[in-house]
Unconditional design. Structure first.
Length: 148
């Protein structure tokens, strides 16, 4: 019985929540995918380090949640970079839909992972996050409806 109660009392000390970037995942490499884009490959190495250190334990009970957000809607800020991004979306994707997410949604998910660290949804879990799938024309239409 003592064993059982000890098990029930044992809880991870804390959950590390890392917001990284969606690079997809596949059957051979899972989420541990390298990437040719240097800034995203850096994130791959940070993720790999986090997984390894937590698997090694280092004497501390601890878990992780890695979040992989898709294209951030904050890229469409009302400035030069925002206009450049909108132009890129329109001309490069040519009507194909883009998976997008609002920073608030990433924050909400991260907060849940911090508040409920032992849930199988979050403990040593990796999840890519998207809030919507939009073509440029759909986004442009919504933008004009809401702001003009
Ligand atoms: C999985 O993704 C990696 C990295 O992009 C790639 O090298 C590999 O060929 C992919 N494997 C499969 C089975 O798609
Ligand atoms: C994950 O990727 C890192 C860095 O590329 C590599 O060192 C590590 O062996 C990989 N881990 C697994 C489990 O494939
Ligand atoms: C966005 O929508 C507005 C309103 O319908 C339209 O006038 C404008 O040409 C559209 N912009 C682009 C780049 O398609």
């Amino acid at each position: 019985m003592r064993h059982v109660s000890l098990m029930l009392l044992w809880k991870p000390a804390f959950n590390i929540v890392l917001s990284s970037v969606d690079r997809g995942h596949n059957s051979t490499e899972g989420f541990n995918r390298s990437c040719r884009v240097p800034v995203w490959n850096t994130k791959h190495h940070i993720e790999a380090h986090l997984r390894q250190r937590i698997a090694a334990g280092d004497g501390k009970p601890c878990t992780y949640t890695i979040i992989g957000p898709v294209f951030s809607l904050d890229n469409l800020a009302p400035n030069f970079f925002g206009r450049l991004t909108a132009t890129w979306w329109d001309s490069f994707l040519q009507g194909k839909p883009l998976r997008v997410i609002d920073t608030m949604d990433v924050g909400n998910f991260a907060a849940q992972a911090l508040l409920d660290p032992t849930s199988p949804r979050f403990a040593n879990a990796e999840v890519n996050l998207a809030g919507d799938v939009l073509t440029f024309d759909q986004a442009n239409k919504t933008f004009y409806q809401r702001s003009c």
